[in-house]
Ligand binder design. Structure first.
Ligand code: ZN
Length: 297
């Protein structure tokens, strides 16, 4: 299931393929994939937009789109026409396409004549003749075409790789409850999911059920450093391809599964102390930790 490093890798893989491309035709074959506007409106509205930038916010991909005018931006006619033209340009100039991959969403490039697969739910024909398809086996992935991305991502907490230690500590001190569910709460910090929460807590030697209010400043700082270290390393190797729900655009796997310290290692010895790693359930999520290095009290 894609988390921050996998979404970041997807963004980086898509940039050279998509920036500067114009969307010539759109088709949605599973309407619920498009959260806003409705699928019919989406296929009409997105046509003619050029992809200007691709960024990430939390676990969302954010495509900045700009309209290209038919005359290549040249203005013709009298002053009246120019004003009208500018007005239209301002309104149509920018839109944002946001995509959340959720559990199994993946992008792929295909020749338009290649037969559609029943798990491909959105199809964008590009001006270079290729078709960008959204493959989503579980169908939880969502797309939004909006004027303002804040309507979708406005409530997200700060980016862990951009926030200061001080800010992290301040935000932590405003919260209560178990630390692992707090890390998964996207309004607290954006982008942390199940795998990286467990890995970060292991590095920081914090039990997933510790109450956030009981963490010392040192533990909180260790956790902050651990999250950033794990994310930087995972981004560097293209993310984690742990359970086949995530592959890179070119079909390659990420490599961070080789670096996992606790996730998927139930019963195997802790890399730090040798105690067997335990798997339990915290907030309905499978959770791995070392019972010796990560104590509740
Ligand atoms: Zn241990």
């Amino acid at each position: 299931m894609p988390e921050l490093p996998e979404v970041e890798t997807t963004v980086r893989d898509l940039r050279p393929q998509l920036i500067g491309r114009t969307i010539q035709r759109a088709r949605v074959t599973w309407e619920r994939t498009v959260a806003a506007p409705n699928a019919k409106q989406f296929t009409r509205e997105i046509v003619g937009y050029k992809i200007i930038e691709i960024n990430r916010r939390g676990k969302y991909l954010v495509f900045s789109l700009g309209r290209t005018t038919k005359d290549g931006g040249r203005t013709t006619g009298d002053g009246q026409g120019l004003r009208e033209h500018s007005a239209t340009y301002q309104i149509e100039n920018r839109k944002f396409l946001l995509v959340h991959l959720r559990m199994t969403g993946q992008f792929g490039f295909h020749a338009p004549r290649v037969k559609r697969d029943k798990h491909q739910h959105v199809h964008l024909l590009l001006d270079d003749g290729r078709e960008l398809r959204f493959h989503d086996f579980r169908k939880f992935g969502r797309w939004w075409l909006v004027d303002n991305p804040e309507h979708v991502v406005g409530k997200l907490g700060p980016e862990p790789l951009e926030m200061s230690k001080r800010e992290f500590l301040k935000r932590l001190r405003e919260r209560r409850g178990h630390i692992k569910p707090l890390l998964l709460n996207q309004t607290f910090v954006a982008g942390v999911g199940n795998i990286y929460a467990d890995e970060s807590l292991w590095y920081a030697k914090i039990h997933p059920l510790r109450d956030a209010t009981t963490l010392t400043d040192k533990e909180a700082a260790d956790l902050y450093n651990a999250i950033r270290r794990v994310f930087r390393k995972a981004i560097g190797v293209g993310g984690t391809s742990f359970d086949a729900t995530y592959k890179r655009i070119n079909g390659q796997s990420g490599e961070f599964q080789e670096d996992l310290r606790v996730v998927g290692r139930a019963g195997e010895p802790c890399y730090r102390c040798g105690a067997p790693i335990v798997k339990t359930v915290v907030g309905q999520r499978g959770t791995y930790y070392c019972p010796n290095c990560q104590r509740v009290e």
